[in-house]
Structures are given as C-alpha cells and as structure tokens.
Design a protein around this ligand. Structure first.
Ligand SMILES: [Zn+2]
Length: 279
C-alpha cells in the first residue's frame, strides 16, 4: 500500500483525503470521445471518479494545510477533510496556515461550514495575489463565463470569515522552505507550492493534472473547468518538462490518493511523458 506520509528533508507531508468527486469524460476539451475513452480505459459515458486530496505539512511544529477541500454541499462523497484530519490527530482547530493552490470550489469551499462559519478558526489563509485579484477583488463582468461567475460568488463567501487573516503574496517564499510558483491557466492565479528542505524538494502542484490517464499522455487536453483552456495545457506541458528534467517529486490534488509521484520523459514514439505513483 502506498504511504500517506512522505519526508521532504526535515518536513513531513501527509496526504489527507477530502473524498471523491464524480464527473465524466465530457469535461475534456479537444479530444474525440473515442480518444478520451481509449486513454481512460472506459466507456465515454461512464462516470469518472476524481480523488480530492489536501496535503498537511508539519513545519517546525506548525500545521500547514494545502487546500481546504470541498465543504459539505458539493457532492455527498466530498467534504470528508475535517473528519480525516481529526482521525490523524490534527483537528481543523490545530491548523495554523492554509496555502491555497486556487479558489475553485473543490479547494476552497471547505473553508466554511453550511452556515458560513470558518472550519479552521485559527488559520491564516495564503493566496497568490493574482488569484485574489481575479476572484476576491472584483465583481463579475460581461466577459465572465457562468462557471467563473459562480466561483466569484462562492470564493468570496468561503473566505469571508477569514477577513483580516488573509495574506496575498507574489511568487517566492511564503513560509520557511515553502515558495509560491504561479502556474496560470487552470485559473488566473493557479499556484504550485514548492517545498525545499536540505537537498530534497516536492512540488505540490494543485490542478496541473486532473485525469492522469488522459492528460499525462495528452497534456494538450484542456478541461471545461479551465478558466483559460489555451493557457492551461501550455502550462501543463512546461511543468511536465520542468519536473521531469529536475526529477522533482510532485503531489497532486486529483492524482490517485495519496497523490505523490513523478513525471518522466519517455523515449521516441508514443507519449512524451509518463506518471508513476510513489510506492
Ligand atoms: Zn480541483
């Protein structure tokens, strides 16, 4: 069985599940239904189940969480993060900092309960200034899709009880050994979090990949969830190139639980990249 905790130098990182998001292959853009089905290994109209993972970082006695899960009103199989944190002895009250990769509902709605109260009463939120500008510091305009409009409303509600303890940051070190690396496309301010301790590193890459069976062999496959479906695939290809070249371990919000693995460049012929889950 693969391990839920890994060491990155002196830092321990533990995958904590929020549950399973049910979706379908029709969220994929730019591939034929036949191609989607072939890569995914199932019928085009079969349900697809995406894991939703958060990552708990033990940083010199502080409990830092990457992403807050989906909350209680998205799907009944989601919103399990608070209970799963309690089960490992780190209840939501113990979380000191939450690093957000972006403000989509499966990452940010879990900040609040059904009454709009903070699930993490003692946590500071850290969000990239570009993500904050797009979702938190403006109202909808004519150019926004229906999906963006919904997220504009939901993300403001999700962060409301954290007013006064939200830190917006540019790229660079946000906490000792943890840096923000803007990788936009999925959202305007989509952020990967790079951990470094000694010589070891880990890239917690958020939503660079949703469906590894499809998007690793075909990084050009965008999703309807992408705010910019042209930029998201370009960013994905660049990140694949970067982590493969530097043999940088990755952790993904939607990679099979616990979500740790590596991307390697393949030889000639066939797909350029492959994903291998950590043992
Ligand atoms: Zn997501």
């Amino acid at each position: 069985m693969s391990q839920a905790s890994i060491r990155v130098g002196k830092i321990t990182v533990t995958a904590v599940s929020d549950g399973i998001l049910k979706t379908g292959l029709d969220v994929i853009l730019g591939l034929t239904p036949e191609e989607c089905a072939r890569l995914a290994g199932c019928a085009y109209d079969a349900p697809i189940y995406l894991p939703v993972n958060s990552f708990l970082i033990d940083l010199a006695g502080k409990h830092v969480l990457v992403d807050a899960g989906s909350g209680s009103n998205m799907q009944p199989t989601l919103g399990k993060l608070p209970d799963n944190l309690r089960a490992i002895g780190v209840p939501p009250e113990a979380i000191t900092t939450i690093l957000l990769t972006h403000l989509h509902p499966d990452h940010a709605n879990g900040l609040i309960d059904g009454d709009g109260n903070a699930i993490f009463p003692n946590a500071e939120l850290i969000v990239h200034e570009q993500e904050s500008r797009f979702y938190l510091e403006r109202d909808a305009n004519d150019g926004d899709s229906e999906r963006v409009r919904r997220t504009l409303v939901a993300s403001k509600l999700a962060v409301a009880p954290y007013r006064g303890r939200i830190r917006t940051i540019p790229d660079g070190e946000a906490l000792p050994g943890i840096s923000a690396v803007l990788q936009p496309g999925h959202t305007r301010g989509h952020t990967c979090w790079l951990l470094q301790s000694g010589r070891e590193r880990l890239l917690i890459w958020g939503d660079i990949v949703h469906l590894p069976s499809v998007q690793v062999p075909r990084p050009d496959a965008a999703l309807v969830y992408d705010v910019d479906p042209v930029m998201a695939p370009e960013t994905r290809a660049q990140v694949f190139d970067w982590v493969a070249r530097e043999r940088l371990r990755v952790a993904g919000a939607h990679l099979p639980y616990p979500g740790f693995g590596t991307i390697t460049r393949q030889g000639d012929g066939g797909a350029a990249f492959a994903y291998t889950a950590s043992p």
